[in-house]
Each structure stands twice: as C-alpha cells, then as structure tokens.
Design a protein. Structure first.
Length: 294
C-alpha cells in the first residue's frame, strides 16, 4: 500500500451541516434626490473649471447655477453705454437735483410742457396755466408726470362741479316742496313777488353765493320767505296808504320808469350791458307796483 493511500485513509471525513445562517440585517440608506445630486455636481463642476482666483470672488461664489451667472452677465452687458444716474437722496445738492431732473426727462423750461388744459367744466386762465407749469418745472416733473397731476386735478374738479350741480338741483326741489306745503295756492304768487323784489334790488351773482350748509342763497327757504314777506308788506302798505299818497307814489314810479326807458343808450335798451337784466326786471317790478296801486 502506498503512502498516499495510507494518508488518505487516516484523514477523518469532514462533516457537512445543513444549517442556514440568518442574513445580516442592514439599515436602509437615506435616498439622495437626483435633482440635488445633479445640482451639487453641476455647481461643483462649472466652478471647478474656473481658476481659484476668480472662483472664490464673492461676485462668483454667490451663484449656485451657471444660468444665474449667465443672466447676470447679460443684464450687466445691456447696461453698458446707457445713461447712469445716482438715486437721489436727502444729501443731494441743488446741482445734483438739477442733473437728476434732466435725466428723468424734465423739459428745458416750463414753457416746453405739452399739456391739455382744456376743460368745459373747469376753465383755467393763462395765469393759472403758467403757475402750474412753473411749479411742475420747479418740482422736476417730466411731461408725463405733469400730465398725470393735471388730469387728476381736472377730473377731481369736474367731479366736484358735477356733484355741486346735483346738490343744487336737489336743494331747489326740496325748497319747492316745503314752500308748496306751507303756502299752498299762494305758492306761485309768493314766488313771483319774492323773485321780482330780489332781482330788482340784487345782482344775479348774489343768489349764487354759497351758504355755510352748502346751499345757494337763491335756494334758501328763509331767504325766499323773507323776500316774499317784504313784497307782501309793501303791497299792504299800498292798500293802507291814502289815495293822495298812492297818486304821488305812482307818479314818482312812472317818472322813474320814463327816465329809464327814455335813455336809449342806457342798460334797459342795451342787451350787452352788464346791468341790462337787472334794469329790465326793475322796470317790470315798478309796473307791477303801479298796477297794484290802482
């Protein structure tokens, strides 16, 4: 028997087992967003190709994406060759303000503004127009800014005028209703007397005066009733006076009428005269007085 055979026969057989070892438990790794990875890798990659001298510059390091850097560069390039202006502040000198106004588009002089001052409701005279242009120039407004201020003023004033018209019409209607209730059938007669007396002694502008409550003087109930009362008192005085006094007064009134109408160049015959309407109404009132005294 050979030595190899002896050796093999003396080697104990190796036992095999069927035990299955439990697998080692491993903790799942936190997934990394592909977008985050790509961003980090992209940011790292495009900065890697820049030399360290520029890479660490604050103007470069603040960008995390190359598109943002490209956009910033494009915007900066567009500004090349354009007029630059320092933002005004409280420390600006008069010369600095003047330079800023010019760069912001203020015209060369106040007369250079091109504005529409026409308004049917709020007419502006030449002095008001000049004052507005001078003030706009002083404040450094360009034409568009001055136009905006003017339009705001015109629109505001037109709205106020329209509202005042509505208020006046409302006040007139209220006064008429109240007086009709108080006077009844005497309303028309009292109104006619009050109007004749008022227009014969006061100019039309007086009735347009605005009272503290916002109403016109001519629409005020107390004023209307006051004129009507005076007119009625005058009529009563005529009734109580003697026939002789009535005759004398009638002659005086007739004389005054003749004098007014005898002046062919006076306001009664001259329709363009500022007192024409007042004198005509005065003659009408005196004739009414004559008719009442007969």
């Amino acid at each position: 028997m050979s030595n190899e055979q002896i050796t093999e026969s003396n080697t104990p057989p190796v036992e095999t087992t069927t035990e299955t070892q439990a697998p080692t438990e491993t903790k799942p790794e936190t997934p990394i967003s592909s977008t985050t990875q790509e961003t980090q890798q992209t940011a790292q990659s495009w900065k890697d190709v820049i030399s360290e001298e520029y890479r660490n510059d604050p103007n470069i390091s603040k960008f995390t994406e190359i598109d943002a850097l490209a956009k910033s560069y494009i915007n900066a390039t567009k500004m090349i060759g354009q007029d630059k202006m320092i933002v005004p502040n409280k420390n600006f000198t008069e010369d600095q303000w003047e330079e800023a106004y010019i760069k912001m588009g203020r015209p060369e002089s106040s007369e250079k503004y091109s504005l529409d001052f026409k308004s049917d409701v709020v007419p502006l005279d030449e002095q008001a127009i000049k004052s507005f242009q001078d003030q706009s120039f002083k404040l450094g407004l360009n034409n568009e800014q001055a136009k905006g201020v003017l339009d705001f003023y015109k629109n505001n004033m037109e709205a106020q005028t329209q509202q005042a018209k509505v208020d006046a019409e409302t006040s007139q209607a209220q006064a008429q209703n109240l007086l009709r209730q108080e006077w009844g059938r005497e309303y028309d007669a009292n109104i006619a007397k009050a109007k004749s007396l008022a227009t014969a002694n006061l100019s039309p502008e007086v009735f347009e005066m605005q009272l503290s409550d916002g109403s016109r003087l001519g629409d005020n109930i107390d004023v209307i009733k006051g004129f009507a009362k005076i007119a009625n008192m005058m009529s009563e005085d005529k009734i109580l006076s003697t026939e002789s006094e009535n005759q004398d007064r009638s002659e005086d009134i007739q004389t005054e009428i003749d004098q007014i109408m005898g002046d062919k160049t006076g306001p009664y015959w001259n329709k363009s005269h500022p007192n024409h309407d007042k004198i005509v109404q005065q003659v009408y009132t005196m004739r009414e007085m004559l008719d009442g005294g007969k």
